[in-house]
Design a protein. Structure first.
Length: 186
């Protein structure tokens, strides 16, 4: 079974190390895994129940839901902003949590990974991502983790896709997400 994983990146910065980490996941996805990097989180308006009405959902939010509906699992890449996840990633989770009980995340495996400048690699933010995704209905893979500290120095001259240790760890997370998706489909 081939598994489609939708990757959402919580950083909008062009040179984001988390985006580069997601690119590494696309490049090094193991056999049987397709990683689709979603573009367009910046265009999605903040979640508002008043506009989340059938027939008038903003196009960017509808595109996210459509991509998520086609995914078997999710890999969420989060930097750490002031000790928590970025608003853009939380907003995506909010849109995917609706309609209540039947959102695109419901029952699908979700893993949170990332890199940050600090010494813990964004662990607090990734914990918050797992919490929000779980409450939104996702089947959070608590053991599928990767937090890479010191991103500014570690990736100053090396893309994560060219860092053997990062690639090995990321490939292991992708394997765990694939296993979770296969188990969910069984």
């Amino acid at each position: 079974m081939s598994v489609r994983i939708l990757a959402l990146v919580g950083s909008l910065r062009a040179g984001s190390h988390n985006r580069q980490l997601a690119e590494a996941a696309v490049k090094h996805a193991p056999e049987g895994v397709d990683v689709d990097l979603f573009e367009g989180l910046a265009e999605i308006p903040f979640y508002n129940e008043d506009v989340d009405v059938e027939g008038s959902v903003p196009a960017a939010a509808a595109a996210l839901r459509e991509a998520a509906g086609q995914a078997d699992a999710f890999l969420l890449f989060s930097p750490e902003y002031n000790g928590t996840m970025p608003a853009v990633l939380k907003n995506a989770i909010d849109w995917l949590s609706r309609p209540y009980g039947a959102g695109a995340l419901t029952g699908k495996p979700v893993a949170a990974v990332g890199t940050a400048f600090g010494q813990f690699g964004g662990v607090w933010a990734q914990d918050e991502v797992r919490k929000a995704a779980g409450i939104a209905g996702g089947a959070v893979l608590e053991d599928a983790k990767l937090s890479i500290p010191g991103s500014l120095t570690r990736f100053a001259e090396t893309h994560p896709a060219d860092d053997d240790e990062v690639v090995a760890s990321l490939t292991e997370v992708l394997r765990q997400v694939r296993e979770g998706a296969v188990a969910a489909a069984a």
